[in-house]
Ligand binder design. Structure first.
Ligand code: ATP
Ligand code: ATP
Ligand code: MG
Ligand code: MG
Lengths: 247, 247
């Protein structure tokens, strides 16, 4: 049975794309057939792997997953690239529940050949993110170890709860991941403690440290585990992958 | 004549809210009557100054600026708080051009008593950001010194150009601001050079360094210039303020 992880958080710049790319690469290196879906109009997950965004969005043009999915430099990791087409993004956003159905049908076709599907979503609570949540089996939520990190969470949790209550819904909480942890800052330790007290077991034990190798990897078009396998950030994403496989 | 600055960038976590709060505080400390408008449903600009988000959005309820605007802890700095009301945000987004008109009328009333109005916008190119751009006289675009920073810029520039070409439009490019510059990273120097080569004079000379005092200030409910006036981040925002006043 395929596991579909939606990597989502309304707050911007918390490490959604970085987590989607690096966790997907680790799952593929752990011999799982993995599909990475880029639903963000910024297409950072696509360009972060050295690939080109599509002119048109396959969800709008009706291209099948077999036609639109492309291989990456990592064996067992394939990608459904994003599209910057403003018109297509607007159209998907205006469709509401129909967009969710398209995405579900699309992923159902891709599921036949995948063990894991990861969806990178934009920094918003809009229709694209809601469609991604509805089409997923679990949500993985990166949280940056900063003050604003805790602020918008209540809104995000409300939307997640609403999606979980819809009929035929299979969304569960996959986990909360603390990212860009800088062990020299008191603020990071405070956020870590607060998040664990509030969310308990859901929070992954693995914490991703702030590590320049992680932010440099996209300029080489590959994941940090391939760019700098001995870096602290690479080891943390490998540990996260082990935890995800155990859950 | 009031100057209305829209702080915008589709990329998340680049320092929009941090720049909106700290530049607004510096303008107020430089004796300018300043209004900070929080258009982001996350309400980080509101909570970053220790204030409470509104239950309902004044743009939807029709409350006048005089009724909805509240003072902050900084003399000459007042705030139009944001609202997390999901319904109101959806409604504003669905209204399109009508939302722009409401915002323009709203800001026209506030303009009578302000020298500067700063608008903090969400990380998206959606209707709220487009309304904010249409109602502003200049755009100030923070760019993080990271790889993904340059990726989505072309889309952002297309939207800005489109807004500039609309009738009765007064939007100009106020400037590009490099943020979270870590002088120990080669990546930061590369992005700095690339942005200045591409955009030239538009880029502010002032660069905001990565400084923990900046990210801690919101937990004290005030700007970094009041929380840690001798910190590098505070001095940089004061320098930025001087540059904005000269333009
Ligand atoms: N562990 C880390 N160490 C250092 N830098 C990191 C780390 N994780 C992410 N970054 C950098 O932080 C920035 C934000 O990360 P990223 O773009 O993945 O966040 P995002 O949540 O996807 O942003 P958006 O909200 O725009 O989609 C990027 O420039 C990225 O390279
Ligand atoms: N110069 C700086 N030094 C250190 N940390 C910073 C600096 N500027 C911003 N930050 C921190 O980086 C994070 C992102 O900044 P901020 O929230 O202002 O970005 P944003 O563009 O408004 O995000 P969003 O896209 O979610 O609206 C915050 O936690 C903030 O405290
Ligand atoms: Mg992203
Ligand atoms: Mg913000």
């Amino acid at each position: 049975l395929v596991r579909t992880l939606c990597i989502a958080n309304q707050k911007g710049g918390v490490g959604k794309t970085t987590t989607a790319i690096n966790l997907a690469a680790c799952l593929a290196l752990a011999d799982k057939e993995t599909l990475l879906v880029d639903l963000d109009p910024q297409c950072n997950a696509t360009t972060g792997l050295g690939l080109q965004p599509l002119e048109r969005h396959p969800l709008v043009t009706g291209q099948s997953p077999a036609e639109a999915t492309i291989p990456t430099g990592t064996p067992k990791l394939s990608m459904l690239p994003g599209s910057r087409s403003f018109g297509d993004t607007q159209r998907l956003a205006e469709e509401g529940p129909e967009c969710t159905n398209r995405l579900r049908r699309y992923l159902a076709q891709a599921a036949a050949t995948s063990d894991f599907i990861l969806i990178d979503s934009p920094p918003s609570l809009g229709p694209l993110t809601e469609a991604a949540l509805s089409a997923s089996s679990e949500i993985l939520m990166p949280i940056q170890c900063e003050y604003f990190a805790m602020e918008g969470l209540t809104q995000m949790i409300q939307v997640i709860k609403r999606v979980m209550q819809q009929p035929e819904q299979k969304l569960e909480f996959g986990g909360i991941l603390l990212t860009m942890y800088d062990h020299t800052l008191e603020l990071a330790a405070e956020v870590d403690q607060e998040v664990r007290e509030f969310f308990g077991e859901i929070v992954f034990e693995t914490v991703i440290p702030r590590d320049v190798s992680v932010s440099e990897a996209p300029s080489f078009g590959c994941s940090v585990v391939e760019h700098a396998p001995r870096a602290r950030g690479a080891r943390a994403y490998i540990e996260l992958c082990m935890e995800v496989l155990e859950r």
